[in-house]
Design a protein around this ligand. Structure first.
Ligand code: NAD
Ligand code: GLY
Length: 366
């Protein structure tokens, strides 16, 4: 069974996120039902070297059945592909194919392909539509919705990019069957983040179903994805460009998480494992710096730890000094005036952005 979430953003066309088993098979048909694609012809499917052998043929068959003419480009799997040189190769390929402004780009893969393809589409001929077909849990619950696109620089991740909303998102939960366990748990961290920030309803539902989620139960995963998409759509509707102090909540756990990834070497721990550790740290910091009884925060800390543990996101044993972590955090895009800003939660769905002094961060890290 498939469900549909509509993302409604000010100043943008509405778009649908279709979630369910087998929805890739109806991708072409779903696109034809969108008015602006009624007469579209040229499609470029961008995918990666792991996903291509698994799902590219299915996607192309669905597009062909709906009379689209689809070309494809397969990029190497991995974060290194989010690079301006790769984007440039794709722009050139599109120009050589004589793709005009009436073409569309389909991003088939995880967040790496989604961010890269979104960036390419947002800039080719000043913008052609992009359709996201996420195949990782992380991409289904987070990166395929909301329109952030990016490539990396040697100086840091995601430093060049655009806000460019997709025209349609097609999240086929069947594709999750081939996802490696490490990537599953990575996505579970973003699910836990969304549940903590969203509401008691989502958090306690997730806690009740965390074991089933860890065991990759299809029905539970589909509902978790849907809840995350509804949550993210609501956040992005209030703050599309992360300028109104709302969208930053999606970075809960990410400030320390990114620093752990940078200090231990990208890939040592999955992004999600680092974010989960960042969520645990954020609660310790909240107990130190927020005006809230430690007792109330410790009850919340226990519930959050219970959720993370059950999802298979154990506390991390990592090797990095507090000073190095602090230096890495200061390179974070959210740092202002030299002070690191954290998303701190005192309870479920009760968070704020707090600039925290170096001393308080170092003390909590120690
Ligand atoms: P990823 O795209 O690298 O995918 C993880 C791995 O899984 C890759 O090796 C990929 O080839 C493989 N894979 C993908 N789907 C598969 C499937 N169904 N079966 C088997 N293997 C599969 O990583 P990710 O975790 O999906 O995304 C991480 C990226 O997303 C980062 O670059 C991050 O910056 C970005 N991101 C963007 C946003 C946003 O809002 N735009 C949000 C969060 C993360
Ligand atoms: N994943 C963070 C955001 O979309 O803002």
């Amino acid at each position: 069974m498939a469900t549909k979430v509509i993302v409604q953003l000010p100043g943008e066309r509405d778009y649908a996120v279709r979630i369910g088993s087998g929805v890739i098979g109806k991708l072409g048909q779903s696109l034809r039902e969108i008015e602006r694609f009624a007469n579209a012809r040229d499609v470029l499917v961008i995918t990666d070297s792991n996903v291509a052998p698994l799902y590219l043929a299915q996607v192309k068959a669905s597009l062909a059945a709906a009379n689209f003419k689809a070309a494809d480009i397969t990029v190497p799997a991995g974060e290194g592909t989010k690079d301006i040189a790769v984007a440039s190769e794709i722009w050139s390929a599109m120009a050589q194919l004589a793709f005009g402004r009436d073409c569309l780009v389909v991003a088939l893969g995880g967040g790496v392909v989604g961010d890269l393809a979104g960036f390419v589409a947002s800039t080719y001929m000043r913008g052609v539509p992009v359709v996201q077909v996420p195949t990782t849990l992380l991409a289904m619950v987070d990166s395929s919705v909301g329109g952030k696109t990016a490539v990396n620089l040697a100086e840091g991740k995601n430093l060049v990019g655009t806000f460019f909303q997709p025209s349609f998102v097609c999240a086929d939960t069947d594709t999750l069957a081939t996802l490696p366990e490490r990537e599953w748990r990575c996505g579970c961290a973003e699910v836990a983040k969304s549940a903590v920030i969203d509401s008691d309803d989502f958090f306690f539902w997730m806690l009740e179903h965390a074991q089933a989620m860890a065991e990759r139960d299809d029905a539970v995963a589909a509902e978790a994805i849907q809840r995350c998409v509804v949550f993210k759509a609501g956040v992005v509707a209030r703050d599309k460009t992360e300028s109104a102090g709302v969208r930053e909540c999606l970075n809960y756990g990410h400030t320390l998480g990114h620093a752990i990834e940078a200090c231990t070497g990208y890939g040592t721990f999955s992004h999600g494992a680092a974010v989960a550790e960042g969520m645990r740290f954020a609660v310790r910091l909240a107990a130190d710096v927020l005006e809230e009884s430690r007792e109330a925060i410790s009850e919340f800390a226990e519930a959050q730890a219970d959720l993370l543990d059950t999802l298979g996101l154990a506390p991390l044993d990592y090797d990095a000094t507090p000073e190095d972590l602090l230096t890495a955090m200061k390179r974070d895009k959210k740092t202002r005036g030299g002070e690191v800003r954290f998303v701190l939660a005192r309870d479920i769905a009760n968070w704020e952005i707090v600039p925290v002094s170096d001393e308080a961060i170092l003390q909590a890290l120690r």
